[in-house]
Write a protein that binds this ligand. Structure first.
Ligand code: C2E
Ligand code: MG
Ligand code: MG
Length: 705
C-alpha cells in the first residue's frame, strides 16, 4: 500500500523578521529544500492548504496571528494533523514550550538558532514526522480492520487479566468485562476460563497461535459455540480473537450424525463404534483397563423381514434398539458399583454391539447378557402384531481376546456364532480355540449342505436280536455321510452341526422316508415284519411337524405304522412335557412304537418315564461296556432292567461286544441286544445278505463272539 502523503521537500516558514526568514531559507535551500516563507500566522494558515508542506516552522510572536494560534488552526485543516509543526521561540522558557505542545506542535526550536545544525534538525523532524505518519496510518488501518471483523478482540496479560476488550457483533453470549484488568475467572465460566488460561500460557510459551473451541450456554439452554485464537502480541500480551461458530458447529454435527449414526435407530454405526472402540483401547492400554464387547444378533430376524416386510422389520429393530439401550444401562448400574462409559451401536441389519469399559468379572458380564436375553425375549408388539425376538450373544474381552478393535469385534462375532450354534437364544464367551474350530465348522457346514443336495447321505442298518430266542427282532437305521474324499463321516461328527444349522430337518425327513421305504421293501421281499428304528433329534421333534412327516413317510412307503420305531433321547422328554406327551400319544395311537435311546446318560428317573407312552428302553452303551468290569455299572444295568419291566417297558442293551456281557444281560432278564458282537451297521444290501436272505447267519448266542 502507498502512503497517502507523498514524501515532499516543501517547507513553510512564518516569521515577522525578514532577516530571520532569509537566513532560514538560505540554510534550507542549500540542502535542496523548497521553501515558502510568510510574515505572519494568518498567511501561514492560508499557504498551508495549497502547499501541503513536509514541515512548518512558526515563529511565536507574529502580527495578525501568533505562532500558537496558527499552529492550532493548521492542525484543524485537512492534512493538518499529519505534518510536523515546529514552533520557533525566542525565549527559552518552559511556559512557551508547554504552550507549543498544547497548541499541537510537534517540536520546538530556540533562538538564537544553531545554524550549522539547523538543516539537520529539520531533516530529523521531517523523518520522525513521516515515521509517525506511517505508524498512525498503520494503527488506523488495524483499527479499521478490527472494526470490519465481526469478532470480539480481547487482549490478555500473561496472568490472564483482560487488558483491552473490543466487542464484536455476533457475540450474544460472551460477557462484557465490567472494568479493566478483570481476571478471566470473573469474565468467563470456570470451565471456559480454565481452558482460556491454558491456551494463553501455551501461546506465551511457544510464541505460536493457539486455537480453542469452547461453548457457552444461553438462557434457554441453547448452546453457543465459539472459536478463540490466541495470538502472541507485544510485551507478553496475547491478542485473542473470538468468533462465533454456532452455525458451523451445528453443520459439523449434522455431518457427523449422517456419517456416524444409523438413521433407523439413532445409534452409532459400525464406523463410529470402531473408532470409539479404538479410542477406548488406547486409553485402556495405559491404565491396564478392561473392555468387554457384547455382540448381539437377533435370531431368525430374516424371517420377520421376509414374511412381514421391511417396514415392519424396521419397526421391530427400532423397538429392539430402544430396549437394548435401556437394558444395558440399567443392568450395569445395578450390578456394578462403578463402570466406565459404554458404547452401543448398530453394526447393520439385525446386529448390535455394546462395548463396556471397566468390567472384567465374567459373572457380571454374563448377567448383563442374560438380562438382555430376557428383556429382548419379551413379546414385541408392533401394529397389532405380537411376537418374540430372541438374541444370540457373543462376548469377547480386551485384552485377552484381542488387542485391537478389529480382532475384538471379530472374536465377539465368532462367539456369537457359537451361541447361535448352541441352539440360538444363548450367550457364549469367546475362547481362543474357537476360530479354528469355527472355520472348520463353517467348512463342514457348507459341505454338509452340498451332501444333502447331492444325495451323498446313506443309511446303514444294524440288527437287533431277541435275547431269549436269538431271532432278529428289528433293525436300527443309522445315518452315514459318504464324503467326497471317499470315507464315511460318522454321525457324531455332523449331527450336532446339522442340528445347530437347522439342516437336521431336511436330513431327518430324508432318513424317515428312506427307512420306511427300506422296511417296506424288506417286508414285501422277505415277507417278514421287521421293525425299523429311526433316531429323532430334538430339533426335529420340536421344530418340524413331526406327526405330519411321519404320516407322510408311512403313507408313501405303504408301511404299517407298527414297523416304525422312533428312538428319542431323554432330553426330548425333559423339554416340554405336555407337548411331548401329546405328540407321543398321537404316534402311539396310530401304532408307531417309541424307544428311549442312550438311557442312563440323561437325568430322567424311571418314575418320571411313567408319564410317557413308551415301549422300549435302550441302556446306553457306556453302561453296557463295563458291566462285567465295574460293579456300579452292573448294578445300574440290573436296576434299570428291573424297574423298566415294572413299568411294562421292554429293555434293549446297545453296544454289546462280548459274550460275558450277553451272559450278564441274560441273567438280568434283558429282552434284546444290539452290538458289534452280532453285527455292525452295514448298507442295506449287505444287511439283506447277512440277516434276511435264506443263507442268513443264524446267531447262536451261546457261541457268538
Ligand atoms: P445311537 O442311536 O445310540 O446309535 C448307536 C451307535 O452305537 C451307532 O453309532 C452305532 O454304530 C454304535 N454301535 C452299535 N453297536 C456298537 C458296539 O458294539 N460297539 C460300539 N463301540 N458302538 C456300537 P453311530 O452310527 O456312529 O451313530 C452315533 C449316533 O448318531 C447315534 O447314536 C444317534 O444318536 C446318531 N444318529 C445316527 N443316525 C441318526 C439319524 O438318522 N438321525 C439322528 N437324529 N441321529 C442319528
Ligand atoms: Mg439310536
Ligand atoms: Mg444309543
Amino acid at each position: 500500500m502507498t502512503d497517502l502523503v507523498a514524501p515532499n521537500n516543501r517547507i513553510l516558514i512564518a516569521d515577522d523578521d525578514p532577516t530571520m526568514r532569509k537566513v532560514m531559507r538560505a540554510a534550507l535551500e542549500k540542502d535542496g529544500y523548497h521553501v515558502v516563507d510568510v510574515e505572519n500566522g494568518a498567511l501561514a494558515t492560508e499557504a498551508f492548504s495549497d502547499l501541503v508542506p513536509a514541515v512548518v516552522l512558526l515563529d511565536v510572536e507574529m502580527p495578525v496571528l501568533d505562532g500558537f494560534a496558527a499552529c492550532r488552526q493548521i492542525r484543524d485543516l485537512p492534512n493538518g494533523r499529519s505534518v510536523p509543526i515546529v514552533i520557533v521561540t525566542g525565549r527559552e522558557d518552559v511556559d512557551a514550550v508547554n504552550s507549543a505542545y498544547d497548541a499541537g506542535a510537534t517540536d520546538f526550536l530556540t533562538k538564537p538558532i544553531n545554524w550549522p545544525i539547523f538543516s539537520h534538525r529539520i531533516r530529523y523532524i521531517m523523518r520522525a514526522g513521516s515515521d509517525y505518519q506511517r505508524l498512525r496510518q498503520s494503527e488506523a488501518k488495524n483499527e479499521a480492520l478490527l472494526r470490519a471483523m465481526p469478532d470480539t478482540f480481547v487482549i490478555l496479560s500473561p496472568e490472564g487479566e483482560i487488558v483491552d476488550y473490543l466487542p464484536g457483533k455476533l457475540h450474544h453470549m460472551l460477557p462484557h468485562p465490567s472494568r479493566d484488568n478483570i481476571s478471566l475467572q470473573e469474565f468467563l465460566p470456570r470451565r471456559v476460563a480454565y481452558v482460556w488460561q491454558v491456551s494463553n500460557n501455551a501461546a506465551l510459551r511457544t510464541g505460536k497461535l493457539q486455537r480453542l473451541d469452547f461453548s457457552l450456554e444461553g438462557d434457554d439452554n441453547e448452546i453457543f459455540s465459539y472459536e478463540a485464537r490466541f495470538v502472541p502480541y507485544v510485551d507478553d500480551r496475547i491478542l485473542v480473537s473470538v468468533s462465533e461458530i454456532t452455525e458451523r458447529k451445528k453443520a459439523e454435527q449434522q455431518i457427523h450424525r449422517l456419517a456416524y449414526y444409523d438413521s433407523l435407530t439413532g445409534l452409532p454405526n459400525r464406523q463410529y463404534f470402531r473408532e470409539q472402540l479404538a479410542r477406548m483401547i488406547k486409553e485402556a492400554e495405559s491404565v491396564d483397563g478392561k473392555i468387554a464387547i457384547l455382540y448381539v444378533d437377533l435370531d431368525n430376524f430374516k424371517r420377520i423381514n421376509d414374511t412381514l416386510g421391511h417396514t415392519f422389520g424396521d419397526g421391530v429393530l427400532q423397538a429392539i434398539a430402544k430396549r437394548l439401550k435401556g437394558c444395558i444401562r440399567n443392568t450395569l448400574s445395578e450390578s456394578t458399583e462403578s463402570h466406565g462409559p459404554l458404547g452401543l451401536a448398530r453394526l447393520g441389519g439385525d446386529e448390535f454391539v455394546a462395548a463396556i469399559e471397566g468390567v472384567e468379572d465374567e459373572d457380571v458380564l454374563a448377567s448383563v447378557a442374560e438380562r438382555i436375553r430376557k428383556r429382548l425375549r419379551e413379546p414385541v408388539s408392533y401394529i397389532g402384531h405380537e411376537f418374540v425376538v430372541t438374541p444370540s450373544i457373543g462376548i469377547a474381552m480386551y485384552p485377552q481376546d484381542g488387542e485391537d478393535a478389529e480382532d475384538l469385534l471379530k472374536h465377539a462375532d465368532v462367539a456369537m456364532y457359537q451361541a447361535k450354534g448352541a441352539g440360538r437364544d444363548s450367550v457364549r464367551f469367546y475362547s481362543g480355540t474357537m476360530s479354528v474350530r469355527s472355520l472348520a465348522r463353517l467348512h463342514l457346514e457348507t459341505e454338509l449342505r452340498q451332501a444333502v443336495a447331492n444325495d451323498d447321505l446313506e443309511l446303514h442298518y444294524q440288527p437287533k436280536f431277541d435275547l431269549s430266542t436269538g431271532q432278529l427282532s428289528g433293525v436300527e437305521a443309522l445315518l452315514r455321510w459318504q464324503h467326497a474324499d471317499g470315507g464315511f463321516i460318522p454321525p457324531d461328527q455332523f449331527i450336532t452341526m446339522a442340528e445347530e444349522t437347522g439342516l437336521i430337518l431336511p436330513i431327518g425327513e430324508w432318513v424317515l422316508k428312506t427307512a420306511c421305504h427300506q422296511a417296506h421293501a424288506w417286508q414285501s421281499r422277505f415277507e417278514r415284519d421287521l421293525c425299523v428304528a429311526v433316531n429323532i433329534s430334538s430339533q426335529q421333534f420340536y421344530q418340524s411337524d413331526l406327526r405330519k412327516t411321519i404320516m407322510k413317510s408311512l403313507f408313501e412307503a405303504a408301511l404299517k405304522p407298527n414297523l416304525l420305531q422312533l428312538e428319542l433321547t431323554e432330553s426330548i422328554l425333559m423339554r416340554d412335557i405336555n407337548d411331548t406327551i401329546a405328540t407321543l400319544d398321537y404316534l402311539k395311537e396310530i401304532g408307531v412304537t417309541i424307544a428311549i435311546d442312550d438311557f442312563g446318560t440323561g437325568y430322567s428317573s424311571l418314575s418320571y418315564l411313567k408319564r410317557f407312552p413308551l415301549d422300549l428302553l435302550k441302556i446306553d452303551r457306556s453302561f453296557v461296556n463295563e458291566i462285567t468290569l465295574r460293579n456300579d455299572d452292573a448294578a445300574i444295568c440290573s436296576a434299570i432292567i428291573a424297574m423298566a419291566h415294572q413299568l411294562g417297558l421292554l429293555v434293549i442293551a446297545e453296544g454289546v461286544e462280548t459274550n460275558a456281557q450277553v451272559e450278564f444281560l441274560r441273567g438280568q432278564g434283558c429282552d434284546q441286544v444290539q452290538g458289534y458282537l452280532f453285527g455292525k451297521p452295514v448298507p442295506a444290501d449287505e444287511f439283506e445278505v447277512r440277516f434276511l436272505a435264506e443263507s442268513a447267519e443264524i446267531i447262536d448266542f451261546k457261541s457268538a463272539g
